[in-house]
Design a protein around this ligand. Structure first.
Ligand code: HEM
Length: 135
């Protein structure tokens, strides 16, 4: 009898392949170092302390890539476009966001395939988050 594999692919998730929590923590920490120094992005954050926002982004990305589902347990359905509506995400804000994220991804030093997988998602997501073309 041969066994025919059915169901979703098994094996380590992308979250595990890239190094799990430690990797996402490093990514988001590096990203928020860029945000903290950005004159357009920093004032958009409602809290002076960027720590809680960093925690939310870390949990979201971990969940997205197959890690623990803590983000939704704490925050519910992501609905990211909706959650960004209070903020003015124009192309300038998007490009700044992507500049800091690109630097953060580079710091991880991932193998090329994983880096490309992560980056292409982040780029697509950032373009999708734009909610105004006003300056
Ligand atoms: C394109 C430019 C973007 C800008 C200017 C921006 C800005 C912001 C701001 C100001 C907040 C509120 C901070 C907080 O209190 O959490 C926020 C929250 C958040 N952002 Fe973004 N963001 C952008 C793109 C993205 C992208 C591409 C993602 C996902 C890949 C993302 C994921 C999140 C998450 C998960 C939260 C917390 C949502 C919650 O649970 O309340 N953002 N963002």
């Amino acid at each position: 009898m041969t066994t025919i594999p059915v169901g979703p692919p098994s094996g380590p998730s992308f979250y595990e392949q890239v190094g799990g929590h430690d990797t996402f923590r490093r990514l988001v920490d590096a990203f928020y170092r860029g945000v903290a120094a950005d004159p357009v992005l920093k004032p958009m954050y409602p809290e002076e302390d960027l720590g809680p926002a960093a925690e939310r982004l870390t949990l979201f990305l971990e969940q997205y890539w197959g890690g623990p589902g803590t983000y939704s347990a704490e925050r519910g359905h992501p609905r990211l476009r909706m959650r960004h509506m209070p903020f003015r995400v124009n192309p300038d804000a998007r490009d700044r966001w992507l500049t800091h994220m690109r630097a953060a991804v580079d710091e991880l030093g991932l193998p090329p395939l994983q880096e490309e997988t992560l980056w292409s998602y982040l780029e697509r997501a950032a373009f999708a988050m734009v909610n105004t073309f006003e300056e």
